[in-house]
Write a protein that binds this ligand. Structure first.
Ligand SMILES: [Zn+2]
Ligand SMILES: [Zn+2]
Length: 444
């Protein structure tokens, strides 16, 4: 067979069709026994992706372009790279990407090829939409049903390059497959998200579409580890029990973004109530552990909305200020408010005074520093608080050439006693020594 000849059967491109679907229909029209035969006509398949919907610019696309008499651009528009400018995260102000990298593909695109049975039923020519493979959008908004990713009869995953659009390998007519209803609220959420992609809009002020979806991905991961929130979302969004945990987490994350920032704060509150296990990191870290670094990362790229929301939550939720600068949220120049907070952690006090943590605790207990140790707050966790003013005063006294005989702030001990106390507790300024005595509740 002459490999250089265009194929005689050339199907019409359908709106939003995936490349795999187009090749499948072309293969059927050619009377081939499988799509594999059509793909076998590509002479050099070294850059051939396992999933043709992920095919990047290269010789395979060029060969298909010639075979199918379509421009390479038209074919690439049927692959995941169509969404590159909207989903590949890049620094604010940079020109958008034209090709999806591997991480972006894994993050947002399903390896299978989910379908809407009702869309296939209504199609004059049944075909797969590229949108159906987007993991954050697990519904058909037109029919308000959850997309099907595996055959209900044989449980096989629906492959992008299946030989027939409407028939599974087991023989089941996919148009007759039962699909669970998604509920109007969830459908509306996905409809909005589709609009973000279609119209290149962003739901959060100052954020690119890619930054928003990147954040939704992180929210979905945090949500998927919070069983009570999944349950709540399932009820609130009226999602069928047939919906997978992954899809439910994506929908719950879209819900958080759509109802920003109130729903985020509700979620953070709920995540604080998860029973603490031995291995669970202490502090307010549970949901933050998943969200904090991503928020800081986005802020460094020029997208501050998530970090702003987390800062606002922390400052209002913990008004006495046991949060330290360790969390990275307060290291930016925009967050000056933390510097004027009246209370800090004992660990921060120890850092500021260059004293061991134990010494700071003793100074608090003796009243040299104003504050508390081991105060129990949320979820039975204990935190300490130290007055910033008293730290400043003590620091001034310790560095002064003339130590006053009595503390002008009435802290209860004379300046000499403070020095005696500090000397008695073998003061060291080595930070390595301090790090070994930080109590767990102050670590982030
Ligand atoms: Zn549909
Ligand atoms: Zn089947």
């Amino acid at each position: 067979m002459d490999v250089l000849q265009p194929l005689p059967a050339r199907e019409i491109l359908l709106p939003g069709e995936s490349l795999a679907s187009f090749l499948g229909r072309t293969s059927e029209a050619m009377g081939y026994e499988s799509v594999g035969r059509l793909l076998g006509l590509i002479p050099d398949r070294t850059d051939m992706a396992a999933n043709v919907n992920q095919l990047a610019p290269g010789v395979a696309i060029e060969a298909l372009s010639y075979r199918l008499k379509r421009s390479p651009e038209a074919l690439l528009d049927m692959t995941v790279h169509r969404f590159a400018s909207l989903l590949v995260l890049s620094e604010a102000g940079n020109s958008p990407a034209s090709v999806c990298d591997r991480k972006t593909i894994l993050r947002y695109f399903s390896a299978s090829s989910p379908i809407c049975p009702q869309c296939l039923s209504e199609d004059v020519t049944p075909y797969d939409r590229l949108y159906w493979s987007l993991r954050p959008l697990p519904l058909c908004t037109q029919h308000a049903i959850i997309l099907i990713a595996q055959c209900p009869a044989c449980r096989r995953r629906l492959r992008p390059t299946r030989d027939h659009r409407i028939k599974c390998r087991c023989g089941l007519d996919l148009r007759k497959a039962d699909a669970a209803p998604s509920g109007a609220t969830a459908s509306k959420l996905v409809h909005q998200a589709e609009a973000w992609l279609r119209d290149q809009r962003s739901p959060l002020c100052g954020m690119s579409t890619a930054a928003c979806f990147w954040w939704v991905d992180r929210l979905a991961k945090a949500v998927s580890e919070t069983a009570t929130w999944l349950e709540y979302s399932s009820h609130e969004l009226r999602i069928s029990a047939d919906c997978s945990t992954e899809s439910l987490a994506w929908l719950a994350a879209l819900d958080i973004l759509t109802n920003w920032p109130d729903r985020l704060e509700d979620f953070l509150e709920e995540s604080q109530r998860i029973p603490k296990h031995k291995e669970t990191p202490p502090g307010v870290a549970r949901a933050f552990r998943k969200l904090l670094q991503p928020a800081v990362h986005l802020e460094r790229l020029g997208f501050s909305a998530p970090a702003d929301a987390l800062r606002s939550y922390v400052l209002r939720r913990y008004p006495t200020g046991h949060r330290s600068k360790k969390d990275g949220l307060f290291q930016s120049t925009k967050s000056g408010e933390v510097k004027i907070r009246p209370w800090v952690t004992p660990a921060t006090a120890a850092d500021t005074l260059k004293l061991p943590y134990g010494t700071v605790v003793e100074l608090i207990e003796r009243g040299v520093l104003a504050g508390t140790v081991g105060e129990t707050v949320l979820g039975g966790r204990s935190v300490g608080l130290v007055s910033r003013d008293s730290i400043i005063e003590l620091k001034r006294a310790l560095t002064s050439a003339t130590v006053p005989r009595e503390s002008p702030q009435g802290l209860g001990l004379s300046g000499q006693s403070v020095i005696d106390l500090i000397q008695a507790t073998k003061v060291t300024t080595h930070s390595a020594d301090r790090s070994t005595v930080l109590e767990p509740s102050t670590r982030f």
